[in-house]
Design a protein around this ligand. Structure first.
Ligand SMILES: Cc1cc2nc3c(=O)[nH]c(=O)nc-3n(C[C@H](O)[C@H](O)[C@H](O)COP(=O)(O)OP(=O)(O)OC[C@H]3O[C@@H](n4cnc5c(N)ncnc54)[C@H](O)[C@@H]3O)c2cc1C
Length: 463
């Protein structure tokens, strides 16, 4: 491994400093108190203000807005066409298409937001490419293409043969691919800073370095004060994993990235100048993209599983996962063999039992939540903001009708089984995926371990 993972992420450095808002001192009141200043909390605040400018919104953030994954992710901005094959199995045709069609509005919404505010978040609308980088991944590509064709939306998932992939990015290990027009990249920290500025301009009262210590119906307690509000929104992502109302449905895994020095000449050499966001066909996928200054970010979603919802050092200091991201870079893009790694960092991803986020209201209380993005939240948090605003305003509308807010979410086993079972399945799947890449058969125990979720009736998030 060239560089040990550490915070802050390069994105936050590039976005530049931002004076922190005051900490909350004393007691205050509001119509809505939002806990968490990542994309979910900020999009929710903006949606509320847009629908009713008179609503008094207080947002409390434990650190600073963007300190969590919203300021350190890969910047893949997309909806749900790329996940359609899984959605069909989970939701059926009508609801899967409803979700994918509604989520097509995400990229235009981000574009409109940026244009209307004159914000440059490095939005690059170049689509997303999923490549097969091993024989065993061919099927994933084919299923994505078949799923879109099955629902009469073949144009959303276009099959590329090896030459078609090479027209966009050349690598000796890419066998075929599928191109999704519904995809873009952003500089994630610039986006979260832009949302923060918009929220403040819209009149949202923001308090940073203000963790919610206790959330009860009607009040949020912080270290030096409290917010009394009839409506509360919990938008804390991975930190919600240990929170009782959702803890049975979600767990945390680590995701890590490495970032190279600027290498625009090498990008020219491998023909990757179109700005496509790329991922491979693994379950613990590699995701890679370029930046405005010609760097390559390579991520690996194969980090450790959490325990009892704790967001601890395993999500920021796991050398092994950062090393897997670097290994992925060298294997998938050998043309970048000499590109120096400058930075590495990681963060938690909140993985739900069916790998889709879910939104709801705690029974009998006006406490609303959204969690479970499963590593795909940059775009869907915009949907989350619309849904949470509708829940707060008691509206039954197109947003609350989405499966993200209306389906029954599967449960995971209780702790410590959740951790132990998840860790076992994870290492089995990692062993299988390593074997796939080396074109050999995985050992029997690994194959059995990887098949366990399916044996227990879980169809999503399995190989
Ligand atoms: C390395 C990495 C790469 C990723 N890449 C992608 C990608 O390319 N594309 C994609 O779609 N998704 C990606 N994701 C996932 C994506 O970043 C998240 O789904 C998304 O940022 C979730 O936004 P959020 O606002 O819900 O959560 P967060 O960004 O985690 O925001 C939650 C906020 O709540 C605050 N908070 C926590 N507890 C409290 C408390 N008690 N009181 C007050 N505040 C609190 C935190 O400080 C944090 O700022 C990636 C994630 C990681 C870690």
């Amino acid at each position: 491994m060239s560089v040990k993972p550490r915070l802050p992420p390069w994105w936050l450095d590039e976005a530049g400093p931002q004076a922190a808002a005051h900490e909350l001192e004393g007691d205050t009141i509001a119509d809505v108190c939002i806990v968490g200043g990542g994309y979910t909390g900020l999009w929710t605040a903006l949606a509320l203000k847009e629908r009713d400018p008179s609503v008094r919104v207080v947002l409390v953030e434990a650190e600073t807005c963007g300190a969590g994954p919203s300021g350190r992710n890969g910047g893949f901005l997309h909806g749900y066409w790329a996940g359609l094959a899984d959605l069909l199995a989970l939701l059926g045709r009508e609801r899967a298409v409803q979700l994918a069609r509604t989520a097509e509005r995400i990229v235009p919404a981000v574009r409109t937001f940026c244009e209307s505010r004159g914000e440059d978040v490095w939005l690059r609308e170049s689509g997303m490419l999923m490549v097969s980088a091993a024989r065993a991944q061919d099927d994933v590509v084919d299923c994505a293409v078949a799923a879109a064709a099955e629902v009469g939306a073949a144009e959303q998932a276009v099959l590329l043969d090896a030459n078609g992939v090479a027209d966009r990015i050349r690598s000796p290990v890419f066998r075929r691919g599928v191109y999704f027009a519904d995809g873009a990249t952003v500089q994630p920290a610039r986006l979260v800073h832009a949302l923060r500025r918009a929220a403040v301009d819209a009149g949202v009262e923001l308090y940073e370095h203000t963790p919610a210590l206790r959330i009860r119906a009607g009040s949020v307690a912080t270290p030096r004060g409290s917010v009394r509000a009839p409506e509360i929104v919990v938008a804390v992502n991975a930190a919600a994993t240990g929170w009782r109302p959702v803890s049975r449905h979600v767990t945390n895994f680590g995701s890590y990235v490495v970032l190279t020095e600027p290498v625009p000449h090498l990008l020219e050499e491998i023909g990757w100048t179109g700005g496509e966001a790329v991922l491979d066909g693994r379950m613990f996928l590699h995701y890679f993209r370029t930046t405005a200054d010609g760097r390559v970010l390579m991520g690996s979603g194969s980090g450790p599983i959490g325990f009892r919802g704790r967001v601890d050092g395993r999500f920021t200091g796991d050398d092994a996962t950062a090393a897997r991201a670097e290994h992925g870079l060298r294997r998938l893009l050998p043309g970048l063999a000499n590109a120096r790694i400058e930075r590495a960092w990681g963060g938690p991803i909140d993985v739900s039992a069916d790998h889709l986020p879910f939104f709801g209201t705690v029974k009998g209380k006006r406490i609303h939540y959204g969690v479970g993005y499963s590593g795909h939240g940059v775009g869907p948090t915009w949907l989350g903001g619309q849904i949470l605003a509708s829940l707060v305003l008691r509206r039954d509308d197109e947003w609350t009708a989405l499966p993200l807010a209306s389906r029954k979410v599967a449960s995971l086993p209780p702790e410590p089984l959740k951790h132990l079972g998840g860790a076992l399945v994870r290492s089995a799947i990692l062993a299988c995926e390593r074997a796939d890449e080396e074109d050999r058969r995985a050992p029997l125990p690994a194959r059995v371990g990887a098949a366990l979720p399916r044996l227990f009736g879980m169809e999503i998030g399995t190989r």
